[in-house]
Ligand binder design. Structure first.
Ligand SMILES: Cc1cc2nc3c(=O)[nH]c(=O)nc-3n(C[C@H](O)[C@H](O)[C@H](O)COP(=O)(O)OP(=O)(O)OC[C@H]3O[C@@H](n4cnc5c(N)ncnc54)[C@H](O)[C@@H]3O)c2cc1C
Length: 320
């Protein structure tokens, strides 16, 4: 029996979608179709589907909000699973701190707003990060010097290989700039996370939120489809410090700055273009394709390497 037949037979009560167009499920508005697509309403549904995929040898792809991915033009075989459970529970609270648990499917901006409404501080910079918490944990979302993993105490994970739900400490998550264990351990599905946040004056939190929002509006091409920064900020070097003393105190140098200095703003491949507003963003002008993104990435990497001897690495993830 083919994959579609297997799903129909084994999950007759679930509203699965077949040959589902993924264009509307990612911020970049590109990519092909999912052989099978489903939004799991509960952890139990996600567990049943993940175990079924493992037993049947069917490929399983977890999709969060789709704001940090390049989905293949050919589409994705097997099951593409979104997690639609999005509870947030306040666990304990006093004048100094707030502890909460949030499900992987909650919008990152909703989590930030709910914490801020409780006068809890730390997450304000993530107010404009699109997507959901699962995706933010996967890449350890960052804003200026802040990393979301710094505010997490534990992550609840479903280990598909072991078929059990386990709790990872922050240390076990191996959070670093643009890194977490979930990028290398492909059998782990992030289910929820525990946050411990300090309390602060409401006025300070409000002003942090406002400055994060206006800084994004000022610097990012928010009106056009994109996947955010395509490249990670590369580590600073002696040679770069000499060339660009304005960044000499920084450990990392902005990838967008190097791309701009290489004269690549506006460079275009088909309908994909290096943004004029923020050179680390690529925007989709209409009918952009994943293959065009890949070609443009290769061109930008080659120019920056030739000009500054810097190897740029992707911040986005390829789903194929
Ligand atoms: C306008 C714009 C601004 C942005 N600003 C920022 C920013 O300031 N800082 C920043 O870090 N990023 C930023 N991004 C990138 C992106 O929004 C973030 O990285 C975001 O946290 C990704 O979340 P997502 O739900 O969209 O993940 P997706 O793109 O859906 O997925 C990303 C990866 O995570 C995996 N994944 C998702 N959920 C799970 C799960 N539950 N379990 C296991 N794996 C999972 C997916 O398989 C995929 O490999 C920006 C993007 C845009 C378009």
């Amino acid at each position: 029996m083919d994959t579609v037949g297997l799903f129909r037979q084994n999950f007759p009560d679930l509203e699965l979608s077949f040959n589902y167009p993924l264009t509307d499920k990612n911020y970049f508005k590109l990519g092909g179709r999912a052989e099978v697509f489903y939004s799991a309403r509960s952890k139990q549904e996600a567990i049943s589907l993940a175990i079924f995929c493992k037993q049947q040898g069917i490929k399983l792809t977890i999709l969060g909000g789709g704001s940090n991915v390049i989905i293949a033009d050919e589409g994705l075989s097997g099951l593409v699973l979104q997690l639609a459970f999005r509870e947030l529970t306040f666990i304990s609270e006093n004048e100094q701190s707030l502890t909460l648990q949030a499900d992987a499917g909650i919008k990152t901006s909703a989590l930030v707003a709910r914490a801020a409404a409780k006068n809890a501080t730390g997450l304000e910079g993530f107010i404009g990060v699109p997507g959901v918490l699962g995706g933010a944990i996967y890449n350890n979302a960052h804003y200026l010097g802040f990393l979301i993993g710094d505010y997490i105490t534990q992550v609840e994970v479903f280990d598909v290989k072991k078929e059990e739900t386990v709790v990872f400490t922050r240390e076990k998550c191996q959070f670093a700039y643009e890194k977490s264990i979930f990028q290398s351990e492909k059998d782990l599905i992030i289910f929820s996370a525990y946050f411990e946040l300090k309390k602060a004056y409401p006025d300070l939190i409000k002003s942090n939120l406002q400055s994060a929002i206006s800084e994004r509006e000022r610097t990012q091409p928010l009106a056009q489809p994109s996947c955010g920064c395509v490249f990670q900020n590369p580590p600073n070097t002696e040679a770069l410090r000499e060339l660009f003393p304005q960044f000499k105190e920084r450990d990392f140098i902005p990838a967008g700055f190097l791309i701009d200095q290489a004269g690549l703003k506006g460079l275009r491949e088909g309908d994909i273009q290096v943004s004029e507003k923020h050179a680390a963003f690529f925007i989709n002008l209409g009918q952009g394709q994943a293959s065009q993104v890949k070609t443009l990435i290769a061109k930008v990497k080659a120019s920056v390497l030739a000009k500054f001897n810097v190897i740029l690495e992707e911040e986005v993830f390829y789903l194929s």
